[in-house]
Design a binder for this molecule. Structure first.
Ligand SMILES: O=C(O)CCC(=O)C(=O)O
Ligand SMILES: [Fe+2]
Length: 537
């Protein structure tokens, strides 16, 4: 369960990304023209605080000097002549929303016919073809922005005009900026902002060749560096949990939670057939026709029946107002013992309820084994976690993406629940270890387990809750099934772990009433949702 799209978290991500960028800058060549503009844009005096825009005037360098393969688009001239300044700006979605349309282009529905959708395709922005398409503007609307000022100065004669033309109207550049015309207007692809929750990514993303602006995440949140996919995340053999080696396995599990917050489990006893069936019905659900899925799609933020199946896109919380969207659709529902919510689960695929019902039961058993070992490893009384704990399931679907460098399936977050058990087939999950993102290599028939923020509280700070995110890829869609085990209402450091030598690090709080609203607010960033509950040393 992710909390995503929050500005404060971006600051944290930014710190990590900047460190990495600093390391990376030493070796990267040749310079891309976009990087030149990007480095100019970081000059503090360029930031326009009143409009929150990031205006980027262009330098005088000829990009071909650094970037020999750079091609000037057709119809543009390399001769120096005074031009009114076009510029790139990073327009927040609120600014885009306040825009008034000047002239309407054709605005196809994202769930429209395939011929409409194929007309949407924008080619490679550096190609002559796309410049021709850009001129015809089949997909864009021309907007004026009350918040955006016109350019008042002429472009210095040496400014390379062709640098701007490489960006098709409606497209964002690699730094997430759009092109602003000299009069302060801009052109945008129209359809992403008109999307509703029912316009799930899985309904239309396969027809795209470029990422719509609303799905381009801010630069500092992107996967900027090559991320290593490792196979050294601890692997715990649950088959040994009931034998002579139990104490060894308990130690391994505790160490994994302390050091990584993540591990994979094998020999967990969940039948492989059931795992495969669960994945199959999950995938089948997302390939159903749009109309059928629409029944389950409602605004999760306004959903009062937390148990019922809900289908949503992106972050779910702030869909209507979020500045950008993640590249994911989610089917979420409860999986509680009493089974009373089952009636709300999808009735198609026909086997969904039966398969996921059996799967949920198996996963409950596995979660009890893991939590039993956590209690034992921490030295808590036997049965510490034996209360009836809430269980939720998220079937995450991340369609193949035309440009993974611009998107994330889910942004970096810590989970708000006790433990999460994930089934994955295709790579995409990354965890933040020692300030570096590392990729979790899927192991066939294994589950990935991670600890959420309440475990950190209960263990009085001993066990980690580690930030993680999901990246997209160009070739395959990725489906993951997450089982979220929720804590009992009151979360506090276990009484047996605190005393004069070990004062409590956290206050006692009600998870549902005190913690969750804070976690779901814009203020929750990685571990920051625990801040209000910390006891200062
Ligand atoms: O898809 C995944 O592997 C993880 C998703 C996740 O982190 C979440 O839903 O909280
Ligand atoms: Fe998560």
């Amino acid at each position: 369960m992710s909390s995503s799209g929050d500005n404060d978290r971006h600051q944290q991500n930014l710190r990590v990304s900047q460190t990495k960028l600093a390391k990376k800058k030493k070796s990267r060549r040749p310079i891309d023209p976009e990087d030149i503009a990007g480095s100019i844009s970081s000059a503090p005096e360029r930031i326009s605080h009143d409009t929150h825009l990031f205006a980027v005037p262009f330098g005088t360098a000829d990009p071909r000097q650094y970037y020999p393969n750079y091609r000037r688009p057709l119809g543009t001239s390399s001769t120096s002549q005074p031009l009114l300044a076009r510029r790139y700006e990073d327009l927040p979605l609120q600014v885009i929303r306040r825009a008034r349309p000047l002239s309407a282009g054709s605005i196809p529905s994202p769930t429209g016919t395939s011929s409409q959708l194929s007309a949407m395709r924008l080619g490679d922005s550096n190609s002559e073809q796309s410049d021709t398409m850009a001129d015809t503007l089949p997909l864009t609307q021309h907007f004026v922005h009350p918040d955006v000022r016109p350019s008042s100065t002429s472009t210095p004669s040496a400014t390379p005009h062709y640098m701007m033309s490489a960006l098709a109207p409606g497209q964002k550049d690699r730094l997430g900026r759009v092109m602003i015309e000299p009069d302060g207007s801009s052109r945008f692809l129209s359809f992403p902002d008109s999307l509703t929750m029912a316009d799930l990514l899985s309904n239309w993303s396969s027809t795209l060749e470029t990422v719509p602006p609303s799905y381009c995440i801010p630069v500092h949140e992107r996967q900027l560096d090559q991320v290593e996919i490792v196979d050294n995340i601890p692997v715990i053999d649950l088959g040994k949990a009931n034998g002579e080696e139990r104490s060894v396995v308990v130690k391994e599990l505790l160490k994994a939670f302390e050091e990584y917050g993540f591990f994979q489990i094998i020999n967990h006893g969940v039948p492989v057939d059931l795992m495969d069936e669960a994945m199959k019905v999950g995938k089948e659900f997302f390939s159903l026709p749009a109309e059928e899925k629409a029944e389950y799609a409602k605004d999760a933020a306004n959903d009062t029946n937390r148990g019922a199946a809900t289908l949503y896109s992106s972050s779910a919380k702030h869909y209507g107002s979020e500045e950008y969207r993640y590249w994911r659709d989610v089917l979420e529902h409860s999986c509680n013992l009493n089974g009373k919510d089952k009636i709300s689960w999808p009735s198609n695929p026909p086997r969904y309820r039966e398969v996921i019902g059996a799967y949920g039961e198996e996963l409950r058993r596995v979660s009890k084994v893991i939590l039993g070992m956590v209690a034992e490893g921490l030295g808590l009384e036997a049965g510490f976690f034996d209360k009836e704990l809430g269980q939720r399931m998220l079937v995450n679907h991340y369609p193949a993406c035309p440009d993974p460098s611009l998107t994330l399936g889910v942004g970096g977050h810590c989970d708000p629940n006790l433990i999460t058990i994930i089934q994955q087939e295709v790579y995409g999950l990354q965890i933040l270890k020692d300030d570096e993102w590392i990729g979790v290599q899927p192991i066939r028939n294994a589950f990935v387990v991670n600890s959420g923020l309440p475990i950190t509280v209960i263990s009085n700070g001993k066990l980690a809750s580690v930030a993680h995110r999901v990246v997209t890829n160009t070739t395959q869609s990725r489906t993951s099934i997450g089982t979220f085990i929720c804590p009992h209402d009151i979360v506090e450091p276990a009484k047996s772990l605190v005393g004069p030598e070990n004062p409590p690090q956290f206050k006692s709080f009600n998870w549902r009433i005190d913690f969750m609203p804070h976690y779901l607010s814009k203020k929750s960033v990685y571990h920051a949702s625990l801040e209000p509950f910390k006891i200062d040393a």
